[in-house]
Ligand binder design. Structure first.
Ligand code: LRH
Ligand code: MN
Ligand code: MN
Length: 412
């Protein structure tokens, strides 16, 4: 098959560096990235939602858009759902509809933060009636997951307090553990509970699961089917996320990612748009763990999900660009010369070790990815191909422009 411009030269350079180019291409073809239903609808900030012409208005349109992302990237066959943002009467029917589009339903996300009842929290709420409601909703989501053929229950809690003294930290921890134990016990074998942390927002004084350590402790109390989910936007500035990733992988407790990017807080911007080097370093840890027999099983089961919300940018293109940026980071991480890296580390050669990473990071992998896509029967430039396809104009005509209300993703 004819190569893309620049590919032969790159393949030769990589081969000279000792890279098994065919193995790298095979890994790139195997990679799978899940997109979120809520990334296709109108969303924004608490200041304003700018409605996008043709933005998906319901889960069926969201799946149709996700199928288009999969058609142009070839690596996004699953879609995460958020309940009750995604309103569905017939879950088996949804599963079939997804299948008719070449998709499957991925992680099921209960929404435990948008009912009036949850003013003081959900599973940590002082009132047992509210905690019961939260547990019932999670149990319902397990049933939904079984109906749609999903094996991931993905949990994020907005629980926290706004003022010192508002509630008892330790009592809230016990309430959470009690609630999650009941949910955990109801999960069928093979289902995983992913526990997502976030250090602030919407609560401003304390958040009940503020960091990976707290999520990890809860997961270990629950059992092996509970793991930690790392959302890249959920850390204080300066946090070394790749270190957290390596640590959790080593403990067998890294369950998945919510990829996005940010400059300041939980900005949910296009993955890799602000800090592509950080994304590369995260993938560097994932590849290292994939290649280490002690961590390979955990690394291979990691759920790679995007959690993004788009306000001023076209939603489908933003999603495709995120996928491309994730593939770029993964491709570069696959090029790291691990043997030279180990030798430099063992010799205490600080700069050489660092330069091994830079060599991989600074490689222009675009011809490699273009070649991979060509071999997968795809257009080498998925964003450009989508733009040419006329899909955006078609849905804008058919769906029109919705009146968007509040600012949180999925709200309408
Ligand atoms: C919270 C969060 C969580 C929610 C999603 C919409 O900030 O990252 O994953 O489910 O946003
Ligand atoms: Mn998230
Ligand atoms: Mn978030």
């Amino acid at each position: 098959m004819a190569g893309v411009p620049g590919y032969e030269a790159l393949a030769e350079t990589l081969a000279r560096r000792g890279v098994d180019v065919e193995a790298v291409k095979a890994a790139l073809k195997r990679q799978r990235i899940e997109t979120p239903s809520w990334g296709y609808g109108n969303s924004g900030t608490r200041f304003k939602v700018f409605p996008w012409p043709g933005a998906a208005r319901n889960i069926y349109e969201k799946l149709a858009d996700a199928a288009v992302v999969h058609r142009f990237t070839g690596v996004c066959p699953t879609v995460a759902i958020h309940i009750p943002w995604d309103k569905v009467e017939d879950w088996e029917g949804l599963r079939q509809y997804a299948a008719s589009l070449g998709l499957q339903i991925g992680a099921v996300n209960p929404n435990l933060f948008q009912d009036d009842d949850y003013r003081l929290g959900s599973v940590c709420h002082p009132d047992p009636r509210v905690r019961r409601r939260a547990v019932e909703h999670m149990l319902e989501c397990i049933e939904i997951a079984e109906k749609v053929g999903s094996s991931i229950l993905s949990l994020w809690f907005a629980d926290g307090t706004n003022y010192p003294g508002q509630d008892d930290f330790r009592a809230r921890k016990h309430r959470m553990l009690e609630a999650l134990s009941e949910v955990y016990r109801r999960m069928p074998p093979g289902m995983r509970m992913l526990i997502e942390y976030k250090f602030f927002e919407p609560a401003f004084y304390h958040t009940d699961l503020a960091d990976w350590g707290m999520a990890y402790v809860i997961a270990t109390h629950l059992g092996p089917q509970a793991q930690v989910l790392v959302d890249t936007g959920h850390h204080p500035q300066g946090t070394n996320i790749e270190h957290i990733v390596a640590f959790l992988l080593d403990e067998g407790r890294l369950g998945g990612f919510h990829f996005n990017n940010r400059k300041y807080a939980d900005d949910d911007l296009i993955v890799g748009s602000i800090n592509p080097f950080e994304l590369f370093l995260i993938f560097n840890e994932l590849v290292a763990a994939e290649q280490d027999p002690r961590t390979a099983e955990t690394a291979r089961a990691v759920a790679y999900m995007i959690d993004q919300s788009h306000n001023i940018e076209p939603k489908i293109e933003a999603m495709i660009q995120s996928v491309v940026n994730i593939q770029t980071a993964y491709a570069k991480a696959l090029l790291v010369d691990r043997q030279r890296l180990r030798e430099a580390q063992e010799a205490g050669d600080v700069l050489e070790a660092h330069r091994v990473l830079l060599e991989a990071y600074e490689t222009d992998v675009r011809p490699l990815l273009a070649q991979v896509r060509l071999e997968m029967g795809l257009d080498p430039d998925p964003v450009a191909a989508f733009r040419r396809s006329g899909y955006a104009e078609k849905v804008a005509r058919e769906r029109g422009i919705a009146v968007a209300a509040s600012g949180y993703p999925g709200a309408s």
